[in-house]
Design a protein around this ligand. Structure first.
Ligand code: C2O
Ligand code: CU
Ligand code: CU
Length: 507
């Protein structure tokens, strides 16, 4: 098999796997053809070597119970085979009794407890752990430049778990290298439990009727190893893989009880938006920051990078269910949907009902009762997410080979704090974008999207897809201390690394 330019492989895994050959070429954005690393090309890189195979038994991620109040993680580098693929250089977070070369154990925390966390860095590069969605004081948030862990060093964080039950996650957050290192695997799930949610009787037995699915898209080279090598246009418009893996597995199969089965979906891709389509009756019960007031029937959910959804599929009547998944670049505005390409739809996993397994749990008609009053925001702040800066970019030049991106005209600068928000405030954040859609995220807070367009946009969120102008009704939940800021940024990690990020303090 010919060794080809890795950036120009377009058929990749999907074709190899016997799925429909993608008809859209990846990464052909505006002005295609002028710059290198465009991701265009012909039918190259086809290989039967070492690619994932569907149907392997589902392996749940190990769980690390932090409800007792302590937590030890260690970031390490290693290699991982995706399916039967060639070894890929990856990174993972390991617990003392769970060695992980890719991703990390699922952390369990409980509302009302405080967790003392220690994270060691056994990799040769700077890493960090940001507890995405866990609203804790800034020195323990892990997102600030002050929280970077040097190779060989360790970092201690005190995590007061004060929020309702939710599916959160954790990941590295080192400015300038978040995209490649998170792609390599520095991510895991973080589940917060509480009494109120336990009392609902939802399916909640991990690995039996309650599954964490960390989604990452991957592109495979002709040698069968996964590759991450975005060109300039892919940094701008999205680096999208050929297949979407669940916890590193391609289309695994799980035997489940013939009753309700809960999927906790986490989009941990660098820039791809994933649509998950259900072929059986499914209800959305939760989003980023916790449960919805009531379940909502859904045929599909779409998750931008950083977003989560909890879905329950009723396996009581159906024998088998195969949710399907796609990866697409975030589009919108003038970019249009089709230009950015993406993966063919393929099985995310298969659930097979086994009548011998006892079905437990149910989905009640009411899930939460909280009705927030966000009707009188104290202030309105404006955030313009800028990718195609034109004059600004020309004035500042390029950093290395990459573009410079900004919020309100300012690329990220660790020495600059953009604003101070009063603790406990309710604020209207009006976020705009002039070209493609961007998933906007901020630390230490939660918000409602003022004009939700899909069930996934209702409820308490911490990531919002901004396409045009959208208003977020923000509730500041945690405080900054000792001058350590909270971050706000685009969760397309290539954009975050290119400077689409800022910092704020609370007072
Ligand atoms: Cu998921 Cu600032 O990050
Ligand atoms: Cu975050
Ligand atoms: Cu962006």
């Amino acid at each position: 098999m010919l060794r080809t330019n890795r950036r120009k492989i377009v058929t990749g895994g999907a074709a190899i796997l016997g799925l429909a050959t993608p008809t859209l070429l990846r990464g052909q954005g505006m002005g295609g053809g002028m710059m290198d690393g465009m991701g265009h090309g012909g039918m190259t890189g086809r290989s039967t070597v070492g690619t994932p195979e569907p149907g392997a038994p589902f392996r749940p991620l190990p769980e690390l119970d932090a409800r007792g109040g302590t937590l030890n993680l260690s970031a390490g580098a290693g290699t991982t085979r995706f399916g039967a693929g060639a070894p890929t250089a990856t990174m993972g977070y390991s617990a003392p009794d769970a060695a992980m070369s890719y991703l990390g154990p699922t952390l369990r925390m409980r509302r009302g407890t405080t967790v003392a966390a220690r994270v060691a860095n056994a990799t040769p590069v700077p890493v960090s752990v940001h507890w995405h969605g866990l609203n804790v004081p800034s020195p323990s948030d892990g997102g600030a430049p002050q929280s970077v862990i040097a190779p060989g060093a360790a970092w201690d964080a005190t995590l007061p778990v004060a929020q309702p039950a939710a599916t959160l996650w954790y990941h590295t957050h080192v400015h300038g290298r978040t995209a490649p290192d998170l792609w390599a695997g520095l991510a895991g799930a973080l589940i917060v439990d509480d009494d109120a949610t336990d009392a609902l009787g939802l399916p909640s037995t991990p690995g039996v009727d309650d599954f964490v699915l960390i989604l990452q898209d991957k592109r495979f080279g002709s040698d069968g190893a996964a590759i991450y090598d975005p060109g300039l246009m892919e940094i701008m418009h999205g680096y999208v893989g050929d297949v979407v893996l669940a916890n590193g597995q391609f289309a695994p199969e799980a035997a489940v009880p013939a009753g309700p089965v809960r999927l906790r979906l986490i989009n941990a891709s660098t820039s791809a938006q994933h649509a998950i389509a259900f072929d059986r009756a499914a209800v959305l019960i939760g989003v980023d920051q916790g449960l919805l007031p009531a379940p909502v029937e859904v045929g599909s959910v779409t998750l931008a990078p950083g977003e989560r959804a909890e879905v329950v599929i009723d396996m009581g009547a159906c024998g088998a269910a195969t949710p399907r998944v796609t990866a697409r670049a975030m589009a919108g505005g003038m970019m249009g949907g089709g230009m950015a390409g993406g993966s063919a739809s393929h099985a995310l996993m298969t659930l097979r009902a086994d009548p011998a397994r006892p079905a437990r749990g149910a989905v009640p008609a009411r899930l939460t009762s909280e009705e927030p009053d966000l009707s009188a925001p104290d202030v309105t702040r404006r955030f313009a997410l800028q990718e195609n800066m034109g004059p600004l970019q020309m004035a500042r030049g390029m950093v290395g080979r990459g573009p410079v991106m900004a919020i309100n005209g300012e690329p990220f600068d660790a020495g600059r704090v953009d604003f101070t928000a009063p603790r406990g405030a309710v604020e209207r954040w009006r976020v705009t974008t002039d070209s493609m859609a961007h998933p906007f995220h901020a630390h230490g807070l939660k918000f409602r999207i003022a004009d939700p367009r899909r069930p996934e946009e209702t409820g308490w969120k911490d990531v919002a897809v901004i396409d045009g102008t959208r208003d977020l009704l923000v509730q500041i939940e945690a405080t900054t201390e000792r001058g350590v800021p909270f971050m706000f940024h685009c969760h397309i990690l290539e954009h975050e690394d290119a400077g689409m990020m800022g910092q704020f303090l609370t007072a």
